[in-house]
Design a protein around this ligand. Structure first.
Ligand code: FUC
Length: 777
């Protein structure tokens, strides 16, 4: 009886009042000292430009970024003779000679040239460093009242401190509106601001001034004649009081009371007129009143950020964020503010690191302080770039999936060449890594480089955007991408006489290897029909069949895929010891705790293995995860969190959240264990790698709402520590539904489901699945 009444108008009223409390949450990162290292600086960005100020009192260093700044250039490193080796490679594999097949692949079936290790492949690079050197009347005067913060509600950072009776304030934002970086400095006593402005870069740069404009210009190495991408940053300062002058390579501010610094930057990536654009943006920004610019920035940012609220019933912590992280890791149960802060920080990072019409977030989003970034700061396709987009749909930032869609669309043509060169196959393929130059070739080593799950996995992200938006026009616009990928996998399958299944060959499970079962103790990576290939094909073929039906096209191709679904291996095969096999054969792993868990792709992002639909496989998956352990780079722990959430074990998922949230300062490149979170809440591989942030954000949402199993599931994996009470506003479910709900003692008390096209929807509330009618949003 109660439940029935609760879905009426009264519940909605009840709900709305609860949520208005949530909306007032102040979400910020804050500290009581300047950043001592880059991993303590505050990330600001507007999806194209970025800056990370350290808040230094005497010397402020601000690292600048532009998401398009890449060295290297387009190249064709396909080995067009490679497909001729395929018959022999397949023969060796079917004969169980995996090591020999791998050797042949290393010889003739990888990319030509140095691949990702070469200058032509390129890497994402830092733009430069802006340095502000301050003169205070009493140089070594004591600094007091220091505070530094970043508001997630406004995407504005601040710092302030007191020196010699003068309060100095700085405000920073990367404008969502004027598309320039802006820094406003004030002193509460007239004429107290004295500092120099310098800009520099470690290499390939020239700093100069033209009038009172400071310029940093250069050209990166394209790996051929050295004349690669051009870039420029132009800096202007607007003063209240005092004087501005310039030297050959710096600006000098004397006796000012307020200074606004504007940094406009761009590259010639798809923009030959980039210099005009920089000047236009700079001139326009300098003319506008600051308060209006700041308000415009906040309004544009909040259009995305304010769509979602989460409240776990605890007030904002009073500790500084670095202290809060330490306290949380010590006593997770007592600090429910951290999951909310970390979740919303993930949404903030999505909004700040990509924008429609440009590039998706790379391994470091868009924040880099090096010329040579770890793993080239590229787009890894065997979990990393996909994980960067795991949270965007459910956390109501759907349009931020579109830059990835366009990156993938750009891989189809080069991917068709690669499919022909290596497999003489139809369709298109991409392997383990790509860059802004359209790389689809295998990598330079067989041990990791010939995994071809990347393109199929990307299609899963593309499908998700359709599943969550229900946008048929979008589906039509991506259909040929999905079809081309399905064509590739379908056309390279061979029949494995031993298992009778049709499988991919050569195949491999991302970056993992096994012990040869021939007693030689040798290790190999190359096999036939790795589990992830089978799971990706099952999901992709099913999606293409659904798309062709929805669009009323391509029936014959859809029928070939229906046949293929009967021929390829199932989503999971249970091994002798009760786990999900990573490979078609029950090989012994070389590293049972390996960071990649690719054979559980069928649980997330796919939904081929579910507790209700495939209970045995779900149990086997739990065994697999228990052996894999809870350690690894942040992305790996975040992925395990997602699996346990999909397996509906909220407490285990929460335990993994606490594992992720361990404070770290390590920055060495580490493949194995490690993980951790830096004082600025960015996630560590180590080093800094943003997929841990995004994977965890998706994981928190997955504990509160799921919609992949054919119904909307509220609180599917809520941990005990969140059960007391809480509320959510604006999370999304597949079918283009927006869901607000609240709970008490682990039970949903009220919920509201809306949609632009209201219709009946199945929802699971407190264990019961029912049909309700969504309301018009
Ligand atoms: C960027 C790198 O990508 C893969 O190689 C992962 O296995 C590593 O852990 C790292 O995340």
């Amino acid at each position: 009886m109660i439940t029935k009444r609760l879905t009426s108008i009264t519940s909605i009223l009840l709900l709305t009042s609860t949520l208005s409390f949530a909306q007032k949450q102040a979400l910020r990162l804050h500290y009581d000292k300047p950043a001592a290292v880059w991993e303590e600086t505050l990330p600001l960005g507007n999806g194209r430009l970025g800056m990370m100020p350290d808040g230094g009192v005497n010397d402020e260093k601000i690292v600048l970024n532009d998401i398009t700044l890449w060295s290297g250039s387009p190249q064709d490193a396909n080995n067009y003779e490679a497909y001729k080796q395929l018959p022999q490679i397949k023969e060796l594999l079917l004969a169980g000679k995996n090591v020999e097949a791998q050797a042949l692949i290393d010889k003739d079936f990888v990319c030509k040239g140095p691949g990702s290790g070469g200058a032509r492949w390129g890497c994402y690079q830092v733009l430069g460093d802006l340095d502000l050197k301050f003169d205070y009347s009493k140089p070594n005067a004591q600094v007091t009242n220091y505070q530094r913060s970043l508001s997630l509600n406004t995407a504005v950072a601040n710092c302030s401190y007191l020196v010699d009776g003068v309060t100095y304030k700085r405000e920073y934002f990367t404008s969502f509106g004027d598309d320039v970086n802006m820094i406003r400095l004030t002193a509460d006593k007239p004429g107290k601001l004295n500092f120099s402005i310098n800009i520099s870069r470690l290499e390939r740069s020239a700093t100069s001034t033209s009038g009172n404009t400071l310029l940093l210009q250069g050209r990166l190495d394209n790996g051929t004649d050295g004349n690669g991408m051009q870039y420029q940053a132009s800096v202007k300062a607007k003063l209240t009081g005092g004087t501005l002058s310039s030297t050959a390579n710096s600006l000098l501010v004397k006796n000012a009371t307020e200074v606004i610094i504007y940094i406009s930057a761009a590259t010639d990536f798809r923009k030959p007129d980039f210099k005009q654009r920089i000047q236009r943006d700079l001139d326009a920004a300098v003319k506008k009143p600051y308060a209006a610019q700041k308000q415009q920035h906040i309004t544009n940012y909040q259009k995305l950020f304010n769509r979602v609220d989460i409240n776990l019933g605890s007030p904002e912590s009073t500790e500084t964020t670095d202290q809060q992280l330490i306290s949380f890791h010590k006593e997770p149960g007592n600090h429910k503010d951290m999951p909310v802060l970390f979740f919303q920080f993930g949404r903030y990072l999505s909004i700040s690191s990509t924008r429609v019409g440009l590039l998706p977030p790379n391994l470091q989003g868009l924040w880099a302080n090096q010329v040579h970034t770890p793993w080239n700061g590229d787009y890894h396709l065997d979990v990393n770039v996909q994980m960067n987009h795991f949270p965007v749909e459910v956390s109501n930032l759907s349009e931020l999936n579109l830059p990835l869609v366009e990156l993938v669309r750009g891989l189809v043509k080069p991917g068709e060449k690669t499919a022909k060169a290596y497999y003489n196959a139809d369709g298109w393929v991409a392997h383990v890594i790509t860059n802004v130059w359209g790389w689809t070739e295998p990598g330079e080593s067989a041990s990791w480089g010939v995994t071809k799950a990347g393109s199929g996995w990307l299609c899963s992200n593309l499908w998700d955007h359709y599943a969550f938006t229900n946008d048929k026009a979008y589906l039509k616009s991506i259909y040929l991408i999905l079809k081309g990928s399905a064509q590739f996998y379908s056309s390279i399958l061979i029949k494995d006489p031993k298992s009778g299944y049709w499988v991919t060959a050569p195949s491999s499970s991302p970056e993992n290897s096994f012990v040869m079962p021939d007693g030689s103790g040798r290790h190999a990576s190359i096999c036939i029909g790795a589990t992830i290939d089978n799971q990706i094909m099952r999901e992709l073929f099913t999606n293409v069949i659904t798309a062709s039906k929805t669009l009323g096209i391509d029936k014959s191709f859809s029928d070939t895929l229906k046949l293929r679904l009967k021929q390829i291996p199932p989503a999971g095969i249970i091994s002798k010891d009760g786990r999900i096999q990573e490979w078609l054969e029950d090989y012994q792993e070389t590293d049972p705790q390996h960071r990649h868990i690719s054979h559980l792709y069928g649980i997330y992002p796919a939904s081929e293995i579910t507790p209700d639909g495939t209970p045995e496989l779900a149990e086997a998956a739990k065994k697999t995860l228990n052996v894999r352990g809870d350690d690894g780079p942040s992305w790996s722990i975040a992925y395990k969190l997602l699996f346990w959430a999909r397996l509906h074990d909220g407490n285990r998922a929460y335990k993994l959240f606490t594992e992720i949230m361990k404070p770290t300062t390590r920055t060495d490149i580490n493949y194995g264990s490690g993980g951790g979170i830096y004082p600025n809440l960015l996630s560590a591989g180590p080093p800094f790698q943003i997929d841990g942030n995004f994977g965890t954000t998706a994981g928190i949402a997955e504990m509160l709402i799921q919609s992949h199993a054919g119904y909307i599931d509220l609180l599917p994996a809520i941990p005990d520590s969140w059960k007391t009470s809480g509320s959510v506003k604006g999370l999304k479910a597949r079918g283009n539904f927006t869901v607000d709900f609240a709970w008490k003692d682990g039970k949903v008390t009220t919920y509201k489901i809306t949609s632009p096209d209201p219709r009946s929807v199945r929802v699971k509330v407190n264990g019961a699945i029912k049909n309700v009618t969504a309301q018009k949003s």
